[in-house]
Write a protein that binds this ligand. Structure first.
Ligand code: SF4
Length: 476
């Protein structure tokens, strides 16, 4: 099975219960953003821009738990910002587990090893010597850290920590192999840390998933290599979604300057091109979700938007109508479901956006639930077959695959330095390779995408696009 049986059974029971009670709209996954603070500044991240005035605000833990209780989604994805910065993350995970929920911690992995060392110190016993030996052999902990784990003081032993359980996944953000991922997160060494954290987690018995956002410039072959590599590390499953962010500035440029939308957005046509192999990937790798959504991404069917099924709760409340667009915030999930005119969103039968902002969206958070909740006999059958069928075997590890994965900073391609040089040579007006200050550059060409969604400024993406173009030239 792709997903553990007890978790699948819980979700199935929940859906059947809602259908029997004829509840028309309900939450499947709560995207809980307890804070928007992050230790990275990923290119194109809408959250640090849209919520720039509330970056220091946090949702009190009681409020997080009450939100989860109120919407009652069986799965909670704790995201942000970087959730491992949230001071009460351990209490939050424990509280959600007490409510019986399946938890995903969506992290950039930079603090994962620290959290797992804390777990080992708090639960140290001689039985942990063997995994600790493996961690030392793999250079995933230092000798000094191993000693601290073995001889934790009273405080370390009493600490509430994040334990391995079948009900929780670390969900590591990986947008490509080393070169691409480090470029997107704007820091060298992050991909390497992701891999180290994944390896440590697997040795300790945690479940690990990865999440990948596909951008206009993402190379599908690199994605396939990335899945092979992650599979060879023992990753339990992957989610994948086209990046999409509506931005008024971009739409305005289409209107005013008559530019081709393809220069701005990952359009539906372009998304389908990028995802043409996604159904094959679904057979080769443990991609979580529904085959119906994969068919949709590949352009083999249409789906309606069900943004109400994957709602977002953050420092301002329930964000409506969806993860990327913010028309308003509501105080309760039920209020949001009742007051938003959902028929105004998504696309109609002809593929036209009911709201112009929806026209090119094929995001996971809008469309995956539509396939999962479909009551057509065909969808029920393919969902059953996909999820209860044999789990794809892990891809064999090899030195060649590893070499392919580490194609950036670790082999001396200091691409951020390369990027800075490229910018210094040619991008007048940019203060730095990844400046976010909205410098207006001439001849703007803006790419779609954005791992966290909405609110990207056109100038930000323009810089990124120009930078990527220059890096392509440098690579030739
Ligand atoms: S189609 Fe996309 S942008 Fe529009 S409401 Fe649904 S999820 Fe949001």
């Amino acid at each position: 099975m792709r997903f553990p049986l007890k978790l699948t059974a819980k979700i199935a029971r929940y859906i059947v219960g809602k259908k029997i009670r004829r509840v028309p709209k309900f939450a499947m996954v709560l995207q809980l953003e307890p804070l928007h603070t992050c230790n990275l500044t990923c290119t194109g991240c809408g959250r640090i821009r849209e919520y720039s005035t509330s970056l220091k605000d946090m949702v009190p833990i009681e409020q997080c738990l009450a939100a989860a209780q109120e919407c009652d989604a069986p799965m909670v994805s704790i995201c942000g910002g970087e959730p491992l910065i949230y001071p009460k993350i351990e209490e939050l995970v424990a509280g959600l587990r007490d409510q019986g929920r399946i938890i995903y911690i969506c992290t950039n992995a930079m603090f994962m090893r620290k959290k797992m060392r804390e777990y080992m110190a708090a639960h140290w016993s001689p039985a942990m010597e063997e995994p600790l030996r493996q961690l030392l052999a793999g250079q995933l902990v230092t000798e000094k850290e191993a000693e601290q784990i073995r001889h934790g003081d009273e405080k370390a032993r009493a600490k509430l920590t994040i334990k391995p359980t079948a009900w929780m996944y670390w969900n590591v953000h990986v947008d490509g192999l080393e070169y691409t991922h480090d470029l997107i997160v704007e820091r060298e060494g992050v991909f390497k840390e992701c891999v180290a954290a994944i390896e440590m987690a697997k040795i300790l018995g945690y479940q690990v998933a990865t999440n990948t956002t596909v951008y206009k410039e993402t190379d599908p072959q690199e994605l396939e290599d990335m899945f092979k590599y992650l599979s060879s590390l023992g990753v339990d499953g992957h989610t994948i979604s086209p990046g999409y962010d509506y931005d008024a500035a971009k739409k305005d440029m289409v209107k005013r300057l008559g530019k081709d939308p393809k220069a701005f957005f990952l359009t539906r046509e372009l998304t389908r091109e990028k995802f043409k192999d996604v159904e094959r990937w679904g057979q080769l790798f443990t991609i979580f979700g529904t085959p119906g959504y994969l068919e949709f991404l590949a352009g083999h069917r249409e789906l309606a938007c069900s943004a109400w099924a994957i709602p977002t709760y953050n420092v301002r409340g329930w964000k409506a109508p969806c993860y990327v667009m913010t028309d308003s915030h509501y105080q309760t999930y039920s209020d949001m479901v009742a007051k938003v005119d959902w028929d105004r969103f998504g696309v109609d039968e002809t593929g036209c956006g009911r709201d112009p902002r929806c026209e090119n969206c094929m995001m996971h958070s809008g469309f995956e639930p539509s396939a999962a909740l479909s009551s057509s006999p065909r969808d029920t059958w393919i969902n059953f077959k996909y999820n209860f069928g044999a789990r794809p075997a892990p891809y064999p590890a090899s030195a060649e695959l590893s070499q392919k994965a580490f194609n950036g900073a670790t082999i001396g391609k200091g691409h951020l330095a390369e990027a800075k040089a490229a910018v210094r040579d040619g991008m007048s007006g940019a203060k730095s390779a990844f400046a976010r200050n909205g410098n207006d550059l001439p001849n703007l060409e803006v790419a779609g995408g954005g791992s966290c969604g909405s609110g990207n400024g056109a100038a930000d993406l323009s810089q990124r696009d120009q930078l990527l173009a220059r890096l392509q030239e440098t690579k030739k």
